[in-house]
Design a protein around this ligand. Structure first.
Ligand code: F6R
Length: 616
């Protein structure tokens, strides 16, 4: 996940920037860089840009030999989203004349149009990033306005998307211009000067009184202080917040653990994964597709191959791919698929789902599938990962680095990405009209706000349900259709973080065996949202209840009937059944975490588990 830092003051900027970048390393990154304002041989200011792929320590070693005396600069750690990890794609990015440098977090949604326009006006691009357009836009605006803050305001007014932005200009020494929209920025003034960062952890050593910049607010940092303005350039006086977090809390953004922080990032993940994916005319725009529409049209069988949580995302995708595109789809654990002789032809599409992009079984499975002639499509969170490199096409889940071992936000990113793939296949197969696809895409996007509603409101109900489950020896998760797939993920989350045995079952299968387990007090956690099989699920829950089960139901807001069957109800907003996994999984993530905490478990680092499984 990208990190921004900036400083202007009375001390060596390079050391302060490197320390700030080090503090943000926990967020994950693949390259790092700084732009330092130094005096040239003629005494005139210039910008020195130093960037490296790899660790901040590598950048720090390179900077040890830096002889300039810069007291102003900006720095960045980059987690690749547009363009692979490389020195050219690392931030800061510079204008054509090299006198303006920018670091940026967020996504410039209209970067393709802006880039084309800028190239038409003679700008030469040096990277594949969306960010570079900002450097060129500021350059143009600066030529006209002759003032950095005004130029930054002009530049961002042309941008659609999200940005946390810090800009330096060799012609305005000592000034760092800052802008923000939908991407965090904090600013503080300490003894040595003025600081900006995307994460409070980078500046809490300098000051604990910070301004959390709001959307469409701007700041002009100089050694003596900070001036704040609105989008029209009028002065404003933002509130100062005192931060009393220790370092550990600061890393977690004030949340008690990474798991909760990452669960709360999910509305952003949905939005970021969807940004720029649909054109104004309703076509899906998957720029890393790698397969022609003709090749996609020829697909007559899909295998989704994955492990663990990613496999559960695959179960959801099966319903969508078969339901919308009418292509037979099987979902298989990569560890099984790789050792069996699956039927593969050139019209088979193998979809590999992997957060890390390096799970050994998943990689082996796609290598084998390629040899057998399949087309391979990757869904991964890591740009340039082996799964990305070895697939014909890829969709990145835009979850950013996930630190908690148990996958939460990556899962949601995977489900959203697989939904896009299913929509695309359905469009290519003429099973969905552009109008239908556009409507579904819009509703998919609405799920971001619904997740937020769940996060804001379901805490008390989740805690109550967790208290009812925490002392159990085992629990059953049930549901039908999409609900059955969600149940699988709910059971896995509970197992891995709370060490409470849990099993998922299709609700209709209960009476064929598992119902024998039910005795008074046995927790049955049901995904009972409104769906075509809702009534059937309710009947299955009644059977459990009759045998003494404690029933916890994730249900649709307004469903009062369910209260008669369930002991504990966690309500979520009404959503089309096909998108219910995106919202209904969230209370189950929270439930797993809550039970784990009540049982005294470490939710971020469960025993015996590794974040990335690179061995068989
Ligand atoms: C569970 C979890 C694991 C992973 C699995 C696959 O919370 O995170 O089950 O989903 O190890 O990992 P990736 O997606 O990296 O291939």
């Amino acid at each position: 996940m990208c990190g921004i830092v900036g400083f202007t003051g009375r001390d060596q900027a390079k050391d302060i920037l490197v320390e700030g970048l080090r503090r943000m390393e926990y967020r994950g990154y693949d390259s790092a860089g700084v732009a330092l304002e130094a005096a040239g041989a003629d005494g005139a200011a210039r910008l020195d840009v130093i960037r490296r792929v790899g660790k901040v320590s590598g950048l720090a070693s390179e900077l040890e030999g830096y002889a300039g005396q810069a007291t102003c600069g900006i720095g960045h750690t980059r987690w690749a989203t547009h363009g692979r990890p490389s020195t050219a794609n690392a931030h800061p990015h510079t204008s054509c004349d090299g006198r303006i440098a920018v670091v940026h977090n967020g996504i410039v949604e209209n970067f393709a149009e802006l880039r084309e326009e800028l190239q038409g006006r003679g700008h030469v691009f040096k990277s594949d990033t969306d960010t570079e357009v900002l450097a060129h836009l500021v350059e143009e605006a600066y030529a006209e306005r002759g003032e950095l803050m005004a130029a930054v305001r002009d530049a961002v007014s042309q941008v659609v998307g999200a940005y946390g932005l810090a800009v330096v200009c060799a012609d305005e020494p000592g000034v760092v211009a800052v802008a923000r929209k939908d991407s965090p920025i904090v600013i503080g003034v300490g003894e040595k000067g003025s600081y900006v960062a995307s994460d409070v952890i980078a500046l809490i050593d300098a000051t604990r009184d910070v301004v959390v910049l709001e959307d469409d607010q701007f700041a002009r940092l100089s050694p003596g202080g900070v001036e704040y303005t609105d989008a029209e350039g009028r002065p404003i006086e933002p509130a100062v917040t005192h931060v009393d977090w220790d370092l550990d809390m600061a890393e977690k953004g004030g949340y008690p653990d990474f798991m909760l922080k990452e669960i709360h990032e999910q509305p952003r993940v949905v939005r970021d994964t969807l940004v720029g994916r649909m054109t104004a005319t309703g076509e899906l725009d998957i720029d890393e597709l790698g397969l022609s529409l003709e090749e996609l049209n020829d697909i007559d069988r899909v295998y989704v191959i994955a492990c663990g949580t990613s496999y559960h995302a695959g179960l959801i995708a099966k319903n969508l791919i078969e339901g919308w595109a009418r292509i037979p789809c099987e979902v298989e654990a990569a560890s099984e698929f790789r050792y069996r002789d699956a039927i593969i032809t050139p019209s088979t599409l193998v979809v590999a789902v992997s957060q890390s992009g390096e799970t050994a079984d998943t990689l082996a499975a796609i290598r084998d599938a390629r040899i057998k002639g399949a087309k391979v499509f990757g869904i991964t969170n890591v740009v340039g990962s082996p799964v990305a490199r070895e697939s014909d096409g890829v969709i990145y889940t835009k979850a950013n680095k996930e630190i908690a071992v148990a996958s939460t936000k990556s899962f949601i990113g995977q489900v959203v990405s697989l939904t896009l793939l299913a929509l695309l296949l359905a469009q290519v197969k003429y099973r969905l009209t552009t109008k239908q696809a556009r409507m579904l895409f819009r509703e998919l996007g609405d799920s971001a706000a619904q997740i937020q509603e769940i996060l804001d409101g379901c805490g008390p109900a989740v805690r109550e349900a967790a208290a009812a489950c925490k002392d159990a020896r085992s629990a059953l998760f049930v549901g039908r259709g999409m609900g059955a797939a969600i149940a699988c993920e709910g059971a896995l989350k509970l197992k891995e973080v709370s060490y409470l045995h849990a099993e998922a079952y299709a609700a209709g299968e209960m009476k064929h065996g598992p119902i024998a387990l039910i005795e008074p007090g046995f927790p049955v956690i049901a995904v009972a949202t409104k769906s075509p099989t809702y009534d059937k699920t309710v009947s299955n829950l009644m059977e459990c209840r009759a045998r003494g089960a404690v029933v916890v139901a994730v249900a649709t807001e307004g469903d009062d009937e369910i209260k008669k069957i369930a002991d504990h109800v966690i309500y979520i907003p009404r959503i089309r059944d096909c998108f219910s996994p995106i919202t209904a999984s969230v209370p189950l993530q929270l439930l797993a975490r809550e039970v784990a905490l009540m049982r005294g478990c470490d939710v971020d680092q469960p025993r015996n588990l590794a974040k990335s499984v690179t061995v068989e």
